[in-house]
Design a protein around this ligand. Structure first.
Ligand SMILES: Cc1ncc(COP(=O)(O)O)c(C=O)c1O
Length: 379
């Protein structure tokens, strides 16, 4: 860890912050640019919103599109992955009896979204028990493929899972699904900044990613890609000025009424910060340190979800704390209050998991503090 980089973040030094994964953390240069845009708007609110904003948003879309290898016209800015995926899930033309295959490792809010669709549209949402340590594209596709039935209309998966911090190798699966006219909807909330994203190769029908997690952009900055074949069927969550017969995908879906667009406008600065201060070497260093933390916890009896003999691919991991989901909130509160460790405790499949995020500002003392606290609490 480069000590200077820690001071680039606004984080409270009294806490061991091991939860970049939930809401990210925004470094000062990016946060200042975010505030710059808020002030800039207030100097001439109407001029800014009417004359300047459309061009500024187009520039942001272009920068982001280049970063994730997507066509900017097929990409909209969104406030978060949940709302972006809500639009897709609620818009698709489901027929009664359609089946959506998914995993047992999906994010809670989006499981709720599917529950809602199941009730509204009489479809079936089938979460499959998927491996947590599969690295092979074909093997992964082969796990899911036998489950496909004539009713399977869509596959919904996280690119990086929330409870288990696993990367699903889903590219081959997506290609096979396309050949069978099965929609693929990918929740990439954690992916930007963790994975080298190339949406043109990945080929998903819909892909949402957050900029406010691992790209360190301000909260409320995300994107949604939708394949051209599905764009016409998308209904925005809010019908506003852009909606209408000759509206483009971007016009229909990006304007939900007056809002603070500063977080979107700070995305290019976040991309600059990412390139200059984070980037591949720092990312690899974070992964190495996450591996050290995973090993350290394993030696203390906390079994990692991805076994130690498999190298980590991302700088977050989950380990099993207990073989019951009891007391998750108490463990979380004790870690925070008594040990000054901010880390999520996630009940999953009758176990409590601890999910550890390592970002460039973390020192080894952060995960040592976690290990020490867990040892005192569990042994
Ligand atoms: C896999 C996954 N999907 C979606 C989300 C939701 O992100 P947001 O609250 O920004 O919509 C999260 C948040 O942690 C997540 O881990």
């Amino acid at each position: 860890m480069n000590p200077a980089i820690r001071h680039q973040f606004l984080l409270d030094d009294r806490w061991h912050f091991l939860n970049h994964g939930s809401f990210g953390a925004c470094p000062k240069p990016v946060f200042e640019q975010y505030q710059f845009w808020q002030r800039e708007l207030e100097t001439q609110p109407v001029h800014f919103m009417i004359r300047r904003l459309p061009g500024l948003l187009q520039d942001v879309r272009m920068r982001l599109a280049a970063f994730i290898h997507a066509d900017p016209d097929h990409l909209i800015l969104a406030t978060n992955a949940t709302s972006a995926l809500n639009m897709v899930i609620r818009s698709l033309p489901w027929q009664q009896g359609d089946e959506i295959l998914s995993s047992d490792q999906e994010y809670g809010a989006l499981r709720r979204t599917w529950e809602y669709i199941v009730q509204e549209k009489a479809v079936t949402f089938r979460p499959l028990r998927l491996p947590t340590d599969c690295r092979d594209e074909r093997e992964f596709a082969d796990c899911i493929w036998p489950e496909i039935t004539p009713r399977t209309r869509a596959i919904f998966l996280s690119h990086i899972t929330s409870p288990t911090a696993v990367r699903f190798p889903c590219e081959t699966l997506i290609q096979r699904a396309r050949e069978e006219n099965i929609w693929t909807i990918i929740d990439g909330a954690h992916a930007p900044g963790q994975l080298d994203l190339d949406l043109s190769t990945l080929g998903a029908d819909a892909y949402a990613g957050n900029c406010h997690k691992w790209l360190c952009a301000p909260k409320g900055s995300a994107f949604l890609y939708v394949h051209p074949s599905l764009q016409d069927g998308m209904t925005p969550l809010v019908i506003s000025h852009g909606w209408g017969e000759d509206a483009t995908f971007v016009r229909s879906n990006e304007w939900y009424g007056t809002q603070d667009f500063a977080a979107y406008l700070a995305i290019p600065t976040a991309l600059d910060f990412f390139r200059n201060c984070l980037g591949e070497a720092v990312h690899q260093d974070c992964i190495r340190r996450a591996e050290a933390a995973r090993l350290h916890l394993a030696e203390r009896g906390f079994t990692p979800i991805i076994p130690e003999d498999k190298a980590l691919e991302i700088s977050l991991f989950a380990s099993v704390l207990s073989s019951s989901t009891a007391m998750a909130d108490e463990v979380y509160e004790t870690l925070w209050k008594e040990h000054q460790v901010e880390v999520p405790i996630i009940p999953w499949q009758n176990q409590n998991l601890v999910r550890v995020s390592i970002q460039t500002y973390n020192t080894d003392e952060d995960w040592w503090a976690l290990a020490h606290a867990l040892e005192r609490m569990f042994h």
